[in-house]
Design a binder for this molecule. Structure first.
Ligand code: DGL
Length: 295
């Protein structure tokens, strides 16, 4: 009897409002090294976190439809804001499975908390949606959730990476480029309400925030664990693909390809390589008009 699974070597589609979702793509590439990834970053329309839910839903649908034209086998919304605004819409409208990052983030928080007091750091739109509090309390209604909007953290990350000064460096390898006094001050000011709330776990509910995990952890103090959704998302992804017999076969040659609405592809590739941990070798530009035609 032939027991070898046929598998599915088509890529996993991943999208975000810009570069931040590469924190999730990096985790997928590390955890599922045989899988190919098609990443789409809507840099030209980033940030999503200060837009209306309707607008974010429209952009998310365009991104997902664009990935669909690239024959992906599953779509990961690697953006908390887009997950909050559009997950159920995309699940209803697309023929492939779609997962978001909020349920995995909520799971990571539940697994971590001992005191059942959890903090959420996210963009304004994600906090206003209440999606994290809902996802956490669905798993344990007795958990107290304190949420804090920290959209300025997105600007800190984008601004620093846009300087192009870090082309030779890689996130999580070597020095922490965000370990500087100006970042510490802004982070400490923003997370103060979570310190006051006495949480023992803070979930980073925005894909940019893992890059600031160092300063955030220091500002919260040693008694507080900082968790993110990236690893849990990879676990969920593997589980779904395994159940559907769609993991890439053992002899698959993984290919990572990237697309962005950014005008400056070189800058996207440089900043993206810093986050992804490897050079972004294949980056294409996608025009907004092309996306709008997919609505
Ligand atoms: N990627 C977004 C998120 O995870 C943050 C950046 C934005 O506001 O677009 O919520």
């Amino acid at each position: 009897m032939n027991t070898a699974a046929a598998g599915d070597s088509r890529p996993i589609g991943v999208f975000d409002s810009g570069l931040g979702g590469l924190t999730v793509a990096r985790s997928i590439a590390t955890g599922l090294p045989r899988e190919s990834i098609r990443y789409f970053g809507d840099t030209a329309r980033c940030p999503y976190g200060i837009r209306s839910a309707d607008e974010v839903r429209t952009f998310a649908l365009e991104a997902a439809r664009w990935l669909e034209t690239r024959d992906v086998k599953i779509i990961v919304i690697a953006c908390n804001t887009a997950t909050a605004a559009a997950l159920s819409t995309l699940q209803r409208l697309l023929p492939v499975p779609v997962i978001g990052v909020i349920a995995p983030g909520a799971r990571a928080a539940i697994n971590s908390t001992r005191t059942r007091r959890v903090g959420v750091l996210a963009t304004e739109l994600t906090v206003a949606s209440g999606a994290y509090a809902c996802a956490i309390q669905e798993r344990d209604a007795g958990v107290t959730v304190s949420s804090c909007a920290a959209s300025s953290f997105v600007d800190i990350v984008e601004r620093e990476l846009a300087t192009g000064a870090h082309v030779q460096e890689r996130w999580l390898e070597g020095r922490d480029i965000f370990d500087v006094p100006s970042v510490h001050d802004e982070v400490a000011r923003t997370v103060a309400p979570l310190r006051e709330a006495g949480v023992d776990t803070v979930v980073l509910g925005c894909t940019h925030f893992p890059l600031l995990a160092g300063p955030i952890g220091r500002a919260l103090g040693p008694g507080v664990r900082v968790v993110s959704s990236a690893e849990e998302t990879t676990v969920e992804l593997e589980d779904i693909l395994a159940r559907r017999d769609q993991l890439a076969p053992a002899d698959a040659a993984p290919e990572h390809r990237f697309a962005t609405t950014a005008d400056n592809i070189a800058a996207f590739a440089a900043a993206g390589s810093f986050i992804f941990g490897k050079p972004l070798k294949s980056v294409e530009q996608v025009g907004i008009t092309e996306l709008e035609e997919l609505r």
